[in-house]
Design a binder for this molecule. Sequence first.
Ligand SMILES: Cc1cc2nc3c(=O)[nH]c(=O)nc-3n(C[C@H](O)[C@H](O)[C@H](O)COP(=O)(O)O)c2cc1C
Length: 191
Amino acid sequence: MDVMTAILTRRSVRALRAPGPSDEEFAYLLRGAAAAPDHGGLRPWRWILLRDTDVEALAARPAGGTEPRPRDRDARSTTSAPLRAVLVFSPAPDQDVPEWEQLAAASSVAYGLMLLLHARGFGSSWRTGRLCAGHEARDLLRLGPGERLLGALDIGTPEASTRPARRCCPDVSDRVQRLGRPVGAAGTAGA
Ligand SMILES: Cc1cc2nc3c(=O)[nH]c(=O)nc-3n(C[C@H](O)[C@H](O)[C@H](O)COP(=O)(O)O)c2cc1C
C-alpha cells in the first residue's frame, strides 16, 4: 500500500475484535512510527499496553466525577478491542526544545502508528474522553508528575460488518496562503 492510499483509506475503527498485534508486532510497528520528526530526538513519549483484565481494571475506575464533554459521550472507557495502547506524553525537562514541540513529536508518532497499523490490516481508534479525565487513570497507570495522558489507541481487527464510510477529501486550499496574499490565494506551486 503506498503512502497516499494508506492515508486516504485509514478511518477510525471502533468495532474491533481479536486478533490484535502481539507485543512484538506492536514494538516492530512502533519502531517505524518512531521515525517521525522529533526535534532533538527526545522521544518524549511512552506506551502502556493493556489487554484483557488490564483494560477492565482501567474501565472500572470512576471518571473522577468529571462530566464528559458532549462530544465525548461515545468515548466509552470499555472496549472490545484486544489491545488498548495508552499514550503517555513524557516531556524531557530542561531542554532547549519547548514542550509544545515535544507534544507535536508525540502526536506525530501516534498518527504514524495508526497508518502502519492500517497498512498491516489492523484497525485503530484514538480515544481520550473519560480516560483522560480526572486522576484515577493517571494513578492506576502510575504516571509521573510531569507526564500527561494523551489517550489510547484501541487496536484490533475491524469487524467484518463494519465498512467505514469512504473518506471525502474536502478542498482545504482555504487553509493555505502565500505571504501578503489573502487566504485561499496560494496559487500554484512555483507561481
Ligand atoms: C487527540 C484525539 C482524541 C480523540 N478522542 C476521541 C474520543 O475520545 N472518542 C472517539 O470516538 N474518537 C476520538 N478521536 C477520533 C476522532 O474522532 C476521529 O479521528 C475523527 O472523527 C475523524 O475520523 P477518522 O479518523 O475516521 O478520519 C480522537 C482523535 C484525536 C486526534
